[in-house]
Each structure stands twice: as structure tokens, then as C-alpha cells.
Design a protein around this ligand. Structure first.
Ligand code: SP5
Ligand code: ZN
Length: 342
């Protein structure tokens, strides 16, 4: 399996985030991607190459063009306002306030285009976001070209990014862009299988009314976990997408046995949908040692997860999302990919 990786992610560093009661250094660090890259190399998974450059036309089909444009302009606007340190929003629109008019200054715009204070901006953020998008599309091209599987080692991640907002460390929804790229290259049906600990709210919302892209999430119950406001079991899709969205929320403390029961339900739904290709939103924040998460999967479980995904018998694109236990992240990701490939 080939891996696509860009060193340009590293400029997205020194970020902070708002956690309950405190602004802290972001858990989403450059070291994450560097350790995953090293483990993939050590595991002998296959060649590691840099991405080709792709234009943003697919991203602008799924995201609002004004939002993508904003991402590229944040740092300049923040600097022009005389700020130093990472750009972070402090106010957000919500029902009862005008959600349709982008304000004219950077503080209003940051809130207008964000769901939380968990996707901050530094000087290198836009270049890293664009490189992550290019990694996803380049790896998708390998699978579209006939490879059984490929690994998009994306950083920053994408699955919380919605049509018109950043959040949860995410800016452009890399997995959604990759899924759409398969459709545009002629795949009739695509499944996004999201195994990150957190619900992939952005991906779900982008495809919610579409019957050509199935979205399946196995995640911590939003009643007790971020992103709180999407990811319930009764969200089944709408319109042409009725029945093409599946949420399998699980409680805090979930172990691999419980996770696997949910996965069996997911695999049955995917087989019934019969996609041409699967995009896996790959988070390993389900690990018991994850500093911001509450599942109990162990390192030995990830190769089994990979084997279960291989058993779908479909062309597969892995797109890196979350996972914050940096000391274990490389082994967990490489183990999953080896479990798939072996
Ligand atoms: C891509 C991805 O995995 N994004 C995750 C973003 C999660 N951000 C909010 C985490 C809130 C965790 N709450 C911890 C409670 C402290 N004990
Ligand atoms: Zn996550």
C-alpha cells in the first residue's frame, strides 16, 4: 500500500485550543504525523510519496466558496489587526442570531466560519490545510487508478469541517473531498466509514441528502461527547439520502468487543449499499491512552480492525483523522494498515 505524505503539515504548529475552562496547547501536533510516517516506514507498508498539487474545485463543491477563500485569508487579516499568537474565535452565531451575514472584521469572521475554538490559525495553517487536501486527492487518485488501497496521511484532519465552518482541528474535509473525487471519476456509489472516536459531523452533513454517498459512523455518543450536536442514532439521512446515513453511538468505556459488535452492523449496512469504493476516516483516538477520549481499545486491536475493513472486499482509501496519544499513534495506525494489507 502506498502512503501519501507532505512535510508541509509541519507549518501548522504552535496552535492552541479552548478546552473546558482553559486555553491550552493544541493536542493536534506536528509530531503526530511525523510518528505515523516513521511507523509506516518501519512497518514496510510500501512507498511513501509526496502529493501532487490539486485545485480547490472539488473542495468548493462541498464547502461554500466564501469559506474556502476565508481559510486562505485568515492569517493576513489577523496580522493586519495587529495580533500575535494563534487566531481563535470568541463568539459564534446560533439560532436567534443572524447566521447568514458574514461580518466585516476578523473577530466576527472567525466565529462566523467556526463551530468551536478548536481549529486555530497560525502563519503556516493555510499551507498545511492545502497540503492535507492535496494528500487526500493524490491518494484517492492511486485508488481510482486501480490500487487496492492507499493511505492519505493527512494533517490537519478534516471530518469535523462542515460546508461553511472549521472546528475540532479540521478546516477542509479531506475525506469528503476524496469521496466526491471518486464520484467525479465515475464511481457510482461511495461509502465513507468513519472510525474516529468523534462523530464526523461535517462529512455527515455534506452528504445527508445524497443517495450516492453512504456515511457510516462508529463513535462516542454525542449525548456525552464532542461534537455534542450531531451524531445521534435517529439521523438516517433525508430526501434522496434517506437511509444512507448510519450512526452507531457507543458509551464512554467502550472496548474492542463492543466496538466490534457495532462494526458488524456497519459492515452489513455497507454490504447492502454495495459501494464501488470505501473511504475510511481513520482516527485512532479510540485508544485507551488517548488524552481527550474515553474508549478502551488497545494496540493489539487495530490490526483486527484493519482485517475487518479488508473483509469488506472493496477498494479502500484511508484518510488520517484524529488520535492524540502520540507515543502510541504510530504503532496503532501502522498496525491497522498492516492488518488490512496482510
Ligand atoms: C479530528 C478530531 O479527532 N477532533 C477532535 C476534536 C475534539 N475537541 C474537543 C475535545 C473535548 C474533549 N473534552 C475533554 C474533557 C476533559 N476531560
Ligand atoms: Zn477524533
Amino acid at each position: 500500500m502506498q502512503t501519501v505524505y507532505s512535510p508541509r503539515h509541519a507549518g501548522h504548529s504552535g496552535n492552541n485550543e479552548l478546552q473546558p475552562g482553559a486555553i491550552v496547547p493544541a493536542f493536534e501536533l506536528p509530531r503526530r504525523a511525523e510518528l505515523i510516517r516513521a511507523s509506516v516506514e518501519a512497518a514496510g507498508l510500501g512507498p511513501i510519496r509526496e502529493p501532487d498539487t490539486h485545485d480547490l474545485s472539488i473542495a468548493m463543491r462541498l464547502h461554500a466558496p466564501d469559506y474556502v477563500e476565508f481559510l486562505s485569508r485568515v492569517w493576513g487579516l489577523w496580522q493586519a489587526a495587529g495580533r500575535d499568537g494563534p487566531a481563535m474565535p470568541f463568539i459564534w452565531p446560533r439560532p436567534g442570531l443572524r447566521c447568514d451575514v458574514p461580518p466585516a472584521d476578523i473577530d466576527g469572521l472567525l466565529g462566523f466560519y467556526s463551530m468551536d475554538a478548536g481549529a486555530t490559525f497560525v502563519a503556516g495553517t493555510w499551507d498545511a490545510v492545502k497540503s492535507s487536501h492535496d494528500v487526500a486527492l493524490s491518494a484517492a487518485a492511486l485508488v481510482a487508478g486501480g490500487e487496492r488501497a492507499a493511505f492519505a496521511l493527512c494533517r490537519p484532519p478534516g471530518h469535523h469541517a462542515g460546508a461553511r465552518f472549521a472546528g475540532g482541528y479540521c478546516y477542509i474535509n479531506n475525506a469528503a473531498v476524496a469521496a466526491e473525487s471518486f464520484r467525479l471519476r465515475g464511481a457510482g456509489k461511495v461509502t465513507v466509514l468513519d472510525v474516529d472516536y468523534h462523530h464526523g459531523n461535517g462529512t455527515q452533513d455534506m452528504f445527508y441528502e445524497r443517495g450516492d454517498v453512504q456515511v457510516v459512523n462508529i463513535h462516542a455518543d454525542p449525548m456525552v461527547e464532542f461534537p455534542y450536536f450531531l451524531g445521534h442514532a435517529d439521523e438516517r439521512g433525508a430526501g434522496a439520502g434517506e437511509g444512507a446515513n448510519l450512526n452507531l453511538p457507543l458509551p464512554h468505556g467502550t472496548d474492542f468487543g463492543q466496538w466490534s459488535e457495532a462494526y458488524a452492523v456497519a459492515a452489513t449496512a455497507i454490504a447492502r449499499f454495495a459501494p464501488d469504493v470505501v473511504v475510511v476516516s481513520l482516527g485512532v483516538d479510540t485508544f485507551h491512552g488517548d488524552p481527550i477520549s474515553q474508549f478502551r481499545l488497545d494496540t493489539i486491536d487495530y490490526p483486527l480492525m484493519g482485517a475487518g475493513i479488508a473483509a469488506l472486499g472493496l477498494p479502500t482509501l484511508f484518510v488520517m483523522e484524529g488520535g492524540y496519544a502520540v507515543e502510541a499513534i504510530g504503532e496503532n495506525v501502522a498496525g491497522l494498515l498492516r492488518g488490512f494489507a496482510d
